[in-house]
Design a protein around this ligand. Structure first.
Ligand code: AMP
Ligand code: FE
Ligand code: FE
Ligand code: ZN
Length: 284
């Protein structure tokens, strides 16, 4: 059996294993194919490529922070997985750089609000936890844990902390721009956890229809944040629209409990993604 996990984070964003540790852990977990998909960065690609164990195929990717401006007043945030794109393509590289800058400014604002309320954490501490990678709320959660205010990352995402009271939105990339930019860079897009209602509002199916028209390639159906009914729904929608279906762990090391290979993608879907991409090759 070929085990394929197409959504994994490293310390290049909010995972807790370095890119080198991540690929070794992937091989140790019995994966044949793994993707490195850090939030808004390709910063982990070269270290992952250098450390890649023989026998593990590495798909280089990223998870793009996107928004959709629907009919409502507030944009809906969504995540777009992008695979095998050319990281030097200027437009996409510029989009990613802007997203990372915005992440820093936004995290700094969140820390300022917490400090103003007397929470003893600093931007320097949080920035240090990110260690040069894309800054995210899990790094602020780490500071809240250190300060003894919460015990787990999950607790830090409760509404009294980073979930609502101290929530500041990111600027994010228009989702149609994301699909276009990834395609222009020779990559393939898969909509990450499109039905993850626990994280907030989700987009309507009608947007997914429009995204399919715009060049979206697949939908992630099997994900821990989807119920069995949601997984079935996503699979049916993908069938209707001619999109590939993926399953993946969305591994984040100890920032989450899910393990590598907890959900997997079929070899057929994987081969379609690889065949459609022209940006960079799979390694191995
Ligand atoms: P951000 O990207 O800064 O908006 O933070 C969102 C990230 O935090 C997601 O990519 C997840 O990795 C993580 N996350 C979101 N919700 C939770 C949660 N309830 N528990 C742990 N991690 C979470
Ligand atoms: Fe994350
Ligand atoms: Fe995500
Ligand atoms: Zn992810």
């Amino acid at each position: 059996m070929t085990r394929i996990d197409l959504h994994c984070h490293s310390t290049a964003s909010d995972g807790t294993l370095t890119p080198a540790e991540l690929v070794r852990a992937g091989a140790a977990a019995g994966l044949d194919v793994m993707a490195i998909t850090d939030h808004d960065t390709t910063g982990g690609w070269s270290a992952a490529a250098e450390a890649r164990p023989d026998g593990l195929r590495l798909v280089r990717g990223a998870e793009l922070s996107c928004r959709w401006l629907g009919a409502e007043q507030w944009p809906i945030a969504l995540h777009m997985l992008a695979y095998l794109f050319d990281p030097t393509e200027p437009r996409l590289a510029g989009d990613l750089a802007r997203l990372r800058t915005d992440r820093e400014q936004r995290a700094e604002k969140i820390v300022a609000r917490l400090s103003a309320d007397g929470v003893p954490i600093t931007w320097a501490e949080v920035y240090g936890y990110a260690a040069g990678g894309s800054v995210g709320r899990p790094h602020i959660a780490q500071a809240l844990i250190r300060a003894g205010l919460v015990r787990t990352t999950n607790e830090a995402f409760a509404s009294r902390w980073l979930g609502a009271r101290y929530f500041v939105p990111k600027a994010d990339l228009d989702v149609f721009e994301a699909v276009r930019a990834v395609r222009a860079a020779g990559g393939v897009t898969v909509f990450a956890h499109p039905r993850a209602t626990a994280r907030g509002r989700v987009v309507p199916d009608e947007l997914i229809v429009q995204l399919a028209d715009a060049g979206l390639f697949g939908l992630e159906a099997d994900h821990e944040d989807h119920s069995p009914a949601e997984r079935d729904h996503v699979r049916e929608l993908a069938d209707d629209l001619g999109l590939v279906v993926t399953g993946s762990s969305d591994f984040h090391g100890t920032h989450k409990t899910v393990q590598l290979g907890a959900f997997t993608t079929t070899p057929e879907a994987y081969e379609k993604i690889v065949s459609a991409a022209t940006g960079v090759p799979v390694l191995g």
